[in-house]
Design a protein around this ligand. Sequence first.
Ligand SMILES: [Zn+2]
Length: 162
Amino acid sequence: MIESVTGQVQEGYKPPDIHCSDWVLILSPAYGDKGMRGSLVVSAESIYAWASTHVNRSWNSVLAQQQALEHLVIWTKPENVIDGYVTLLDEVQRGVLQEYAGNLIKNQPYRAWCPECKHLYEQFIDATEYLGKEGNESRSTQIWKCPDGHILRLISKTYTYF
Ligand SMILES: [Zn+2]
């Protein structure tokens, strides 16, 4: 535990004792992720590319998340990555990475698992719908589908403007 300048005691990050492999499970119902029916797997390479840039541009006020981001740069560094099965992330790593899932698959290889087709696709269809404005609220539904049309992710979002 580390005491910050404000006197708040924050729990530090305890990194996983496993190596990272070429592919990493980032979003999945197996993690209990809201709205996920399928799973999304990204390459360690794309996490490395994102984390090594992001670490210099941001500061996370949650100590464990900041340390997890710094650790991801080392963990996903090409010379530290091993061949193997898909690697699972811990809860703190998911807190750092999940909101950037869109960045991690942009121009990068990824895999989308459809539980209905029981197939690992090299792409999915982003059928996100903008549902329009009502008063000071804007609504949209993020829908990801497998190439065969099954829903992999469904999240309704409402933005409120002030
Ligand atoms: Zn499918």
